[in-house]
Each structure stands twice: as structure tokens, then as C-alpha cells.
Design a protein around this ligand. Structure first.
Ligand SMILES: [Ca+2]
Ligand SMILES: [Ca+2]
Length: 312
């Protein structure tokens, strides 16, 4: 039996206890850690001086190679009726991968695919096919050596993980704004400026038209935000209401519509005195039934008289 010596080199097996080390196999980052080992003496070697049979080693593992994956980037919010762009891309692509078979799915009741284009000159969408509503298949190729996209140049195929992107569609008042513009324009075009009942103050039409034009500029601006559209709607609504409110109203007692209440009005009421709602000409003469009780009588006459004399 040969004694174990601190000064002699022996070949011996070592059992390394990796599990007891600080190495975390779940991590993909680089790690440096110490592994303790226990030496098993070769046959024929004794250890009379009880030399320690433990040893240790420092180990460094490199970070895991980045795996090939796909991403979709783009805005997460869009106005209804506006278009938006999404970019589909892949990370850690091997330059020897040359083709990709991509199926794009979306909700056809909510969005429409306008176009799909390659952002790189060296890649090309070779074929686009609508499998069904909301499902489009794209075959993409990398053109030339070193311009790979996904499937291997030797024909081996790689399956990529599914990737999705959510986008919030924000309702706008664009349609309502356009409808309001049409309504306001009709009101404007049929309105007459003047000083008589049912006419509008001189200059009021120009004010309304300016408000309409301002709203049109927003409605016709494809870049207008939802907030700007809503604001234009609120402003035009207010302008239209103000215009309607400015109409010169006819005083009820001003039967002949000359903007004053005088003896001429009293004469008309007197003329129809005694008529009732069963009169065949009621539609024409009911304007003199001021209290609306279906008969033209002393009550209506006295209402005009009190107005003439300015008696409350
Ligand atoms: Ca009058
Ligand atoms: Ca009456």
C-alpha cells in the first residue's frame, strides 16, 4: 500500500456536487459559481495522515444563445375610421434562413387589411392569399445570400411561436360631425336675414357659415384626433343652437306680422269674432285664437287690447 502524500501527484476520480452549488439552471444569463468535489482515492493508495479529500473548482457558464422569436409592434390605440400600421418582425434571425410562411389573422368585422409590404428591400412578399375573411397568408422570401428571413436555406423548417397584438379602437364623432355639418348648412341656406318675424339678424348667417367651415376643416383632416373631432362637434352644435335662438320671433298678438301690436291686429281679431274650431277656415283664422281655447271671443280681443295699452 502506497501512502498518500501532499507532494506527489496522483490521478484520482472526483465527484462534483453541482446541485449544492449556487448554479441556477433556470437562468439563461452567464453565471460563475463554485462546485465542491470529493476525491476518490485510486486503488492501492492509503491516507494515513488524513489529508483532506475535498476539492473545489470555479465554473463560469455563458449566457444561453438568444432564441429566434417574433414580435408585432405598432400603436395600441386608433381612431375608428382611421388606418394604422403594425410591423411584424423577427429577432435573432439566422442569415441563412430564407423564407417564411406567415398566417395573419384579424377580426374582419372590426378591421380591414389594406396592404402588407416588406420594409426591407432584400425581402419580398412573394404571394398574398386571403384564405377566408380575416385570415391572410403571406409567403415572404429573403432575396440573395445573407438576406435570410426564417426557413433554413437548406430547406429545414422552423416553427415560430404565435404572436399577437391588441389595438383599442376609439369611436369618434366623425360621422356625427359630418351629419351635423349637413344639417347646419341646410339651416343656413334656408334662413333669411332681416328684421321681420322668422328672419335672422343681419350678419348672423356669416357667423354660422364660419362655424360650419371650421368644422368642415376638421372633418376633412385625416390627421384630426378624436379630441379635435369631438371639440368641433361641440362648437358647431353650440353655433347652430345660437343661430336658431337668434331668430326674430313673432309676438303672439302681432297678428299681421308687422312687428308691432296695434289697432290693425285688434281689427283682425274683431273680424273673426265668434268663429270656432269647427269653422272650415279655422286653419287660417286660428292665429287670432290667442289663448287657444277654440273660440275667438272677448278674451282674445282683450289680450290684443292689453298689449296695445301695454297692460300686464
Ligand atoms: Ca301688428
Ligand atoms: Ca280664444
Amino acid at each position: 500500500m502506497v501512502p498518500l502524500s501532499q507532494y506527489k501527484i496522483w490521478g484520482a476520480n472526483v465527484t462534483w456536487d453541482v446541485n449544492a452549488s449556487s448554479y441556477d439552471p433556470a437562468l439563461t444569463i452567464a453565471q460563475t459559481f463554485t462546485v465542491n468535489g470529493t476525491v476518490t482515492l485510486p486503488l492501492g493508495v492509503a491516507n494515513p495522515n488524513s489529508i483532506a479529500l475535498t476539492t473545489r473548482i470555479n465554473v463560469t457558464v455563458n449566457a444561453a444563445a438568444a432564441s429566434l422569436n417574433t414580435v408585432i409592434t405598432g400603436s395600441d390605440k386608433t381612431d375608428a375610421s382611421a388606418s394604422f400600421n403594425l410591423i411584424y418582425g423577427s429577432q435573432h434571425v439566422n442569415s441563412t434562413n430564407y423564407a417564411i410562411d406567415l398566417t395573419l389573422k384579424y377580426d374582419p368585422t372590426k378591421v380591414e387589411l389594406v396592404s402588407a409590404d416588406s420594409l426591407k428591400d432584400v425581402t419580398k412578399i412573394v404571394q398574398k392569399h386571403v384564405d377566408q375573411a380575416g385570415q391572410v397568408r403571406l409567403l415572404v422570401a429573403g432575396l440573395g445570400e445573407g438576406n435570410g428571413v426564417m426557413a433554413d436555406g437548406d430547406g429545414a423548417e422552423i416553427h415560430l411561436q404565435d404572436v399577437s397584438h391588441s389595438i383599442q379602437i376609439v369611436a369618434t364623432k366623425k360621422e356625427e360631425l359630418n351629419a351635423l355639418i349637413s344639417t347646419a348648412q341646410l339651416v343656413h341656406d334656408s334662413a333669411v336675414e332681416g328684421t321681420k318675424p322668422n328672419q335672422y339678424p343681419v350678419g348672423s348667417k356669416a357667423v354660422l357659415q364660419a362655424a360650419i367651415n371650421k368644422a368642415k376643416a376638421v372633418a376633412n383632416n385625416a390627421e384630426a384626433s378624436a379630441e379635435e373631432i369631438n371639440q368641433a362637434y361641440v362648437e358647431l352644435s353650440a353655433a347652430l343652437q345660437a343661430f336658431k335662438d337668434s331668430v326674430i320671433s313673432r309676438m303672439m298678438e302681432d297678428i299681421n306680422g308687422d312687428s308691432t301690436v296695434s289697432i290693425g291686429d285688434l281689427a283682425i281679431v274683431a273680424r273673426y269674432y265668434g268663429k270656432t274650431a269647427v269653422d272650415p277656415n279655422w286653419d287660417t283664422i286660428k292665429i287670432t285664437d290667442l289663448n287657444g281655447d277654440g273660440i275667438i271671443d272677448i278674451v282674445d280681443l282683450s289680450m290684443v287690447a292689453r298689449k296695445i295699452l301695454n297692460i300686464k
